[in-house]
Design a protein around this ligand. Structure first.
Ligand code: IDP
Ligand code: MG
Length: 164
């Protein structure tokens, strides 16, 4: 009896701790793409420099050529938009660098570092203000919520490729 009670108690504490760690782990990661306009112009290092200078860590990174299927699934929320077909064509036109970034409030922080979707509206010093060519060729993607960050990371990375 005593033994079982202790086991239950241990399990309860352990699983609460695990949830806390898991929540913290998830809340501090975001998914990033250095887009075709940037890989084409050979400025992935300049973008990474800004990411690191602003306090985020690149804890996973690989260069891929996105397939049509990957791009269509990844941008499925935009499939009713007038720019969708062009967007898929663009995202598959050149290699991209996909990344997992870590740091406090990584999602929000990276959106700030990136700047507004349209570089004309982006703040000075942001990646998009500095490097984007136009509203489509805007150099980077960053997740817009913790939930989407998780989905996007899981879509492109295996757990053993993320090595904080
Ligand atoms: P975000 O990348 O800032 O989150 P979203 O609205 O999610 O912006 O759009 C996804 C991507 O689709 C943009 O980063 C950009 O490449 C492209 N895009 C968004 N709006 C337009 C537009 O009005 N014209 C052309 N491309 C667009
Ligand atoms: Mg978006």
């Amino acid at each position: 009896m005593q033994f079982h009670q202790n086991v239950d108690k241990f399990k309860k504490i352990y699983s609460n701790k695990l949830n806390l760690y898991t929540m913290e782990y998830f809340m501090n990661q975001t998914f990033s793409i250095i887009k075709p306009d940037a890989t084409k112009r050979n400025i992935t290092g300049s973008i990474n420099k800004l990411i690191e200078k602003n306090g985020l860590r690149i804890i996973a990174q690989k260069r891929i050529k996105m397939t049509n299927e990957q791009a269509e699934l990844f941008y499925a929320v935009h499939n009713d938009k007038p720019f969708f077909v062009d967007l898929i064509q663009y995202m598959t036109s050149e290699p991209v660098v996909i990344q997992v970034l870590a740091g406090d409030n990584a999602v929000k922080k990276y959106r700030e570092i990136m700047g507004a979707t349209n570089p004309d509206n982006a703040e000075d010093g942001t990646i998009r203000k500095l490097f984007a060519l136009n509203v489509q060729e805007n150099s980077v993607h960053g997740s817009d919520s913790d939930e989407n960050a998780r989905k996007e990371i899981d879509f492109f990375f295996n757990e053993n490729e993320i090595v904080g």
